[in-house]
Design a protein around this ligand. Structure first.
Ligand code: UDX
Length: 426
């Protein structure tokens, strides 16, 4: 099948590569000429394990193409898959400018039947509105079908997720496009969920909001454990053994970040509010997340007393391990707050060198510790878990290790004469 994918970001590129592997003829388009030029030369603009190799392979097999001529490509293809960004606006609502631009191009060029698939995360009601807009513009409903087909890819594991989905969600107004959709994804073995346009949008939002809720629940339980001197990891183990609860998304720490969870939470709240519906649970999830960093700073203050002029090393700046993405990274907020409190901040991350005034970025994990009063683990990269704690001790001036991801073995750290602190850990 011939498919045009609009948007060469995380979702667009991963989907383009996967659909090429499934045997389709895919053209991925983006207005960003520099990005497209880079892709043509085999340079993938994001870090996603395995993606560059796959893109290079299928580009050279002539099954995957790149172009910045968005209009032409949209006009020529019978299947358009929209994977453009839907970032947050200042008020927390979703910015649909990129979606609207694509819709305008489709509407102005459509001359034969097209299936228009929205992969981007959009607020409930958006795809219905797109359908209505087409009709109001005089486009006959036998010329198009709109499909809401959200993605559930995790950064850093996007290829695994796209080749092993737990479900494929399709929201449509009528059954007409279903056979084509089944063919696009026929190589996947996951069950299909067929629903309405808005139903599919809601499944996507509810999934991310549920994950965020689990994390805030974990963080609140960890706070309570802290007060009662209970090891949160014991609680986590016990909770996770109940299959009704499950083991995933119960790690306590600095809170959730990234380009999806915080954005989708605010966007859904905004959508509900626009219908005068309060979202008390969502508000609490957000509030807990927003106060996690404060909690860790308080912890640090209890041992260092005054943070002014203290040298603090932060290990990990990305929003989670396995990615180079800094969007809504709790580690970055932590660093900014440390600076505001007068700390001298040194940072090390295996993937990213921070270019921030007031932060000294290091290329070497251990050199970042020289003369520091405290070390904070802000992102749980594998190499921090099994590091040389005796070297850590010998380089630092102080001895505080604040494990803001509850990812270390406290006893191993303490054995080197360091003071280990987590949240919810004795
Ligand atoms: C998320 C969803 O998981 C994915 O299905 C969706 O398509 C896009 O959004 P992603 O943003 O890549 O994926 O990150 P995810 O792995 O979900 O982690 C989000 C944040 O939660 C990270 O900051 C992570 O550190 C934090 N987290 C995760 C916790 O604090 N505790 C946990 O137990 C799990």
């Amino acid at each position: 099948m011939e498919i045009c994918i609009v948007g060469a970001g995380y979702v667009g590129l991963t989907t383009a590569a996967a659909l090429a592997v499934f045997g389709h003829e895919v053209e991925c388009v983006d207005m960003d000429q520099a990005k497209i030029n880079g892709l043509i030369q085999g340079k993938v603009p994001i870090y996603e394990p395995g993606l560059e190799d796959l893109i290079t392979e299928y580009y050279s097999k002539n099954r995957l193409h790149f172009s910045s001529n968005v209009k032409e490509s949209i006009k020529d293809h019978p299947i358009i898959l929209i994977a453009v960004g839907t970032p947050s606006q200042n008020d927390g609502s979703c910015n649909l400018n990129f979606i609207n631009q694509v819709i305008e191009i489709i509407a102005s060029t459509i001359n034969k039947y097209k299936i228009i698939i929205t992969k981007s995360t959009v607020p409930p009601g958006t795809n219905e509105l797109i359908h209505q807009t087409f009709i109001e513009m005089g486009i006959k409903d036998n010329l198009f079908d709109i499909v809401s087909n959200p993605e559930f890819l995790r950064e850093g594991r996007a290829l695994w997720d796209i080749f092993h989905p737990n479900k494929l969600v399709f929201g449509t107004k009528i059954d007409r496009p279903l056979e084509v959709l089944k063919k696009i994804y026929q190589k996947e073995s996951a069950p299909f969920v067929f629903t309405s346009l808005t139903g599919a949008e809601m499944i996507k939002y509810a999934s991310n909001v549920f994950l965020a809720t689990k994390i805030s629940f974990a963080n609140e339980m960890a706070r309570i454990c802290d007060v009662f001197q209970v090891d949160y990891t014991d609680l986590q183990k016990g909770l996770g053994m109940d299959p009704r609860i499950g083991t995933d998304f119960l790690n306590a720490g600095l809170g959730f970040g990234g380009s999806c969870l915080p954005k989708d939470l605010s966007s859904l709240k905004h959508s509900a509010l626009s219908h005068k519906l309060e979202t008390k649970l969502l508000d609490a999830v957000m509030e807990i997340n927003d106060t996690q960093i404060e909690l860790y700073l308080k912890k640090l203050s209890t041992v260092l007393l005054n943070l002014t002029d203290k040298q603090i090393t932060v290990w990990g700046v990305t929003f989670k391990p396995g990615t180079d993405d800094l969007r809504s990274s709790p580690a970055l907020v932590l660093i900014q707050q440390l600076i505001q409190k007068g700390c001298r901040v040194h940072a090390y991350d295996p993937m990213v060198q921070l270019k921030l005034i007031d932060v000294i970025s290091h290329l070497n994990q251990y050199e970042s510790l020289n003369n520091s009063d405290a070390l904070i683990i802000a992102t749980e990269w594998e190499q921090f878990l099994n590091c040389n704690w005796s070297e850590v001790k010998s380089r630092m001036k102080g001895s505080i290790v604040l494990d803001a991801r509850n990812c270390l073995d406290g006893e191993t750290v303490r054995r080197q004469g360091l003071v280990y602190m987590g949240v919810g850990i004795r």
